[in-house]
Design a protein around this ligand. Structure first.
Ligand code: SF4
Length: 372
């Protein structure tokens, strides 16, 4: 097996088995902090010597969580709560949950009641991202840091936080480099492989993940670029799952050449800026992020998405609309409107991580592939 295949297999395996990663880190005596989507200040946990680990739901059919959540709550929160209730994430020292939408706000309370052995650290983000909002966020981050320091049993030195932020910035750059290089090798970096490389970042320590993805990009660069004869699309949404969805794209010869997914590029495209200190820098980063969950009257993310499609030769945008996700639904008509004057077609797909059948999606994607 060549080195590239080896690396991609390793990252794919990790993306599919976060439970094994959790056990591995716990076995090494490390403390692990669960990070709910889409944003929490995981850098603070890493600077305190702990392992931040993403909780992004699963294909698990919720049973216990139904007693806590209404049926019209999104599947990702149903399955994430289920993972707490059924012991899948047992051993976490705490979970950080951002109160960014109605579902997440409820989960901060549901988790507290249902999963008593894993404490919750709620993260309140301001939608006012001007001076007063960012000052509030700094005070919020100071409180969170204090809680994390108590769990870690040590104080975070200023230099440790700065080094961690530097690591996260380098990691983000490596991820964006990978995404760009992958577009020259769409025969190898299929939609599923691209997703696996991106998703695996949530279940590994950043320094380790950075080295692996950097090596993947180097291996790709050793190969001659290929001319992709199929269709190209950009994905947007919270996440693009389950895996069967990505397999259908591949079957229809559709390559993913960019994304505006909360689980993927939205994490990496906004570097942590320079500033007075680590906490202020993280707050400033919040001020600069573009996301459906963050108030932005200019809707820069949709403009960026159109530019990404135009720059990569994509002829379609697929909106991976998480079932019952209000913040994403509010933006959906705008995506159609802002793409309206271009040659880029838009397909809206309803995403359900626990979907039993994919046949409706298959028919819609097959038709879209013929149109674009
Ligand atoms: S943002 Fe959407 S997908 Fe995420 S928790 Fe809220 S409703 Fe669910």
């Amino acid at each position: 097996m060549g080195r590239l295949s080896e690396l991609l297999k390793q990252l794919t395996d990790i993306s599919q088995t976060p439970d094994i990663q959790l056990k591995k880190y716990l076995g090494q005596g490390k403390k692990v902090i669960g990070c709910f989507p889409p944003y929490v200040p995981e850098e603070l946990a890493a600077a305190a010597g702990m392992v931040p680990m993403g909780i992004w739901g699963s294909g698990l059919e919720p049973v216990r969580a139904k007693a806590y959540l209404p049926s019209f709550c999104c599947p990702i929160m149903h399955s994430s709560l289920e993972m707490g209730l059924d012991g899948t994430v047992k051993g976490l020292s705490a979970v950080m949950i951002p109160a960014l939408c109605d579902a997440l706000r409820c989960i901060t309370q549901n988790w507290k009641v249902g999963v008593k052995e894993i404490p919750v650290i709620p993260v309140t983000y301001p939608q006012n991202r001007k001076k007063a909002g960012l000052e509030f966020l700094e005070s919020e981050y100071h409180l969170i840091l204090k809680k994390l320091e108590e769990i870690a049993g040590r104080e975070v030195e200023k230099t440790a936080l700065e080094e961690t932020l530097d690591l996260y910035n380098r990691h983000s750059k490596v991820m964006m480099d990978f995404a760009e290089t992958a577009n020259q090798h769409l025969d190898i970096i299929t939609p599923f492989v691209r997703h696996a490389v991106m998703k695996s970042a949530w279940f590994m320590e950043k320094a380790e993940h950075l080295e692996l993805v950097k090596e993947v990009t180097e291996e790709l660069r050793k190969r001659d670029p290929i001319v992709w004869k199929g269709k190209k699309v950009v994905l947007t949404g919270i996440l693009a799952e389950p895996a069967e969805l990505l397999a259908i794209l591949e079957e229809c010869h559709i390559a993913v050449v960019g994304d505006d997914l909360a689980q993927e590029s939205r994490q990496y495209r906004t570097p942590i800026p320079d500033g007075r200190d680590g906490i202020e820098r993280l707050a400033e980063q919040w001020g600069q992020r573009n996301c459906s969950l963050i108030h932005d009257t200019g809707k820069r993310r949709i403009i960026q998405m159109r530019e990404a499609a135009e720059n990569t030769g994509a002829t379609g945008v697929i909106v991976c609309m998480m079932k019952f996700c209000d913040p994403e639904e509010y933006d959906a008509p705008l995506i159609g409107k802002l793409m309206g004057n271009s040659d880029i077609s838009v397909l809206n797909l309803e995403i359900d991580q626990q979907a039993g059948s994919m046949e409706q999606l298959r028919t819609r994607i097959e038709t879209f592939a013929e149109m674009i």
